[in-house]
Design a binder for this molecule. Sequence first.
Ligand SMILES: [Zn+2]
Ligand SMILES: [Zn+2]
Length: 258
Amino acid sequence: MRTPHLLLALLVVLGACGDDAAPSQPSARTLFGPTIRRVVLEVDYVRGAEPYTDMSAWELFTANANRLFQGAGKTFEVPTALGQMEAITEAGTEFTTAQLLAVADAHRQRRSAGDTATFYLVWLNGYYHDGTRRRTDVLGVSLGTTGIIAVFKPVVTATAQGSLPYVARFLEQSTIIHEFGHAVGLVNNGVPPASAHHDSAHGAHCTNEACVMNHSNEGAAAARMFALRYMSTRNPVLFDQACLDDAAAMVATARSAP
Ligand SMILES: [Zn+2]
Ligand SMILES: [Zn+2]
C-alpha cells in the first residue's frame, strides 16, 4: 500500500561531507556494538515543512532501521506523529553545511551518551546550498559523522508533484533511510564493506542499483526503476543484501571486540 508507482527520487550523495565528528556521537563500531542499547531519533521541523506522518509513513523508516540493525539488540525510539516532533523557527530559504550545523546547534536537545545514540533530523522550508549554488535537486543531506540529517521539503514536494499521495511519502522516507544509512556508516563511511559493493567513484554509495544506497537514485529514471522493483516485490526493506551484510558483519565484529 505504501509502495509507489513512481519514485522520482533525487537522493543525495553528501553522506561523506560535512564537519568532523561531534565528540559525543559514537563511532560506527560503537553504534553497532553492544554498548549502545537505544537509538533515538529527534525530529524537528519548520512549520509548513513538516514531515509526512499520515498513511503510516514512518513505518517504512522503522522497518528499515530495525532490519539494518537486526540481531544487534537495539531499541529504536522513532517519533511517528507530529506531536512527538518539535516545531522550530528557521526563516532561511537556503542552507550551507555550516548553517545546517548551526541549526542543529541551536535546536538539538538529545545528545548521544552512555547506552544511547541519537540522530537529529530537521525538516527545513528551503534548499541546500553547496557553497556554489542553491541545489533544487537535493532532497536531504547527512553531515559526516555528526548524526545530523536535513530534509529539504520544497524539493520533496516538487519532486512528488502530480503523483499519488503515497509517492511523496515513500520519497521522503526513502530519503531519510538513505541519509540514515550514511549517518550510521554505510557504505564504507565507518562500516567496512563485507563484499565488493562500495561505489567509491560516487562517494559512500552501493554499486547495486536496486539498493537505496545507490547513487543513481538521484536521477528520476533510475529512481523510477528502483520504485517499480519494490512495488513488484512488496519488500519494505530498501537496503540490498550487500548493505545488510555489512551491517551484520559490523554487529558481529563489534560484539567480539567492542
Ligand atoms: Zn548518498
Ligand atoms: Zn547496498
